[in-house]
Design a protein around this ligand. Structure first.
Ligand code: TXA
Ligand code: MG
Length: 341
């Protein structure tokens, strides 16, 4: 598909005929957005290099940024890569669920090299969502599914966001309502001696460390691994500047709150609260919807209240920090967890 060509994007219901249609389109090389428990994914047949190329074009995603292969169950996942004991343990406890494991690619892995951006490793995930599961089971092959946004934009947590970003560029969207978790999967690299946290996400770090019995490593900023795996900081670039950990809201600013009371000054302008009761799961589920909404307004900027770093707060703070980073800053951030969102 030519990236500039407009096509008609079909809306499919999340029922049996919708799932069958979605799987049929995927099997014939088309692009279908579908719900997962984290965010909406844009699916393509991982074994079809033309479909994978069309996916990169539709998202405007640089081809050096590899994709996650999604499969219906752990059995299918284990056939794609070589799992260390740590990887096996994490797969057993957290799949299906919001965890992506990066492992050395298996010998007969059918995933197109383009989907891995040429790396000797593969990111694999088994989503925990009935519609995603049904589509993957019917497709009967790994499906690459990056978040269904234009590259550099914030991830979509409902079908409307997907339509705003990719309508006219993809074949279909399966509408399964709002995403339950709202931030992307946690990505853990299981390549060497010690499992490494590559991206914070839907499963808090502490739960993973409890299962492993030891802390997750943080990638060294200057290690010599390929730069491809999202080591470039690519930020959702809101039109409005974001001010984090704001103790008060300045005149003309909108407010993204967490808990009550809102920071002083919020009463004067528009404010949205991630969670009035200060619940981090609720905040994650609201994050991208509220960011999109506030960014559509004309304000001087967005003051963001302090979000605690515990549990899901680590992922929420990570995404907000990227959204707040200066526009056009595409340098490596040196902290090792600067995967593209
Ligand atoms: O929750 C999620 O993970 C969603 C849903 C749709 O499943 N998907 C998602 O995909 O967030 P994407 O493409 O937006 O983010 C995947 C991240 C990228 O930062 C990419 O660089 C990294 O995973 N990645 C993929 N393959 C990798 C590899 N072999 N090594 C290291 N990082 C990898
Ligand atoms: Mg993404």
């Amino acid at each position: 598909m030519n990236a500039e060509m407009q096509i008609t994007t079909r809306h499919l219901p999340p029922d049996e005929p919708g799932v069958a249609a979605a799987a049929g389109i995927l099997r014939s090389g088309g692009l279908v957005a579908f719900p997962t428990e984290t965010v909406y994914g844009l699916g393509a047949d991982a074994t079809n290099v033309h479909a994978v190329a069309a996916l990169y074009a539709a998202k405007g995603r640089p081809r050096f940024n590899p994709l996650i292969a999604h499969v219906a169950d752990s059995g299918a996942a284990l056939r794609l890569g070589r799992f260390t004991p740590d990887a096996l343990r994490l797969a057993e406890v957290f799949w299906p669920g919001p965890l992506t494991l990066v492992v050395p690619v298996g010998e007969d892995c059918p995933v197109a090299e383009l989907a891995r951006a040429g790396l000797p490793t593969l990111a694999i995930r088994v989503p925990d969502h009935p519609v995603a599961h049904a589509i993957l089971a019917a497709a009967q092959r790994p499906i690459v599914a990056p978040s269904a946004n234009r590259s550099g934009h914030v991830s979509p947590s409902d079908a409307r966001h997907v339509m705003d970003d990719l309508g006219g560029r993809i074949d279909a969207i399966v509408d399964g309502g709002p995403a339950r978790i709202g931030v992307e999967s946690t990505i853990v690299g299981c390549l060497g001696a010690r499992a490494t946290l590559l991206r914070s996400g839907g499963i808090p770090r502490a739960r993973i460390e409890r299962v492993l019995g030891h802390p997750l490593a943080t990638p060294a900023p200057d290690d010599d691994r390929p730069r491809a795996p999202g080591r470039l900081a690519s930020h959702y670039a809101p039109r409005q500047p974001l001010r984090l950990d704001a103790g008060r809201v300045e005149p003309g600013e909108a407010c993204l709150g967490f808990g009550l009371p809102l920071p002083p000054g919020a009463e004067a302008g528009l404010s949205l609260n991630l969670s009035e009761r200060g619940d981090l799961s609720e905040a994650a589920a609201n994050l991208y919807r509220h960011l999109r909404r506030l960014d559509s307004l004309t304000t001087r900027g967005i003051a963001v209240a302090t979000i605690p770093a515990a549990g899901l707060g680590e992922a929420i703070r990570d995404r907000l920090a990227r959204a707040a980073a200066p526009k056009g800053d595409s340098a490596e951030d040196g902290h090792g967890h600067s995967l593209q969102i």
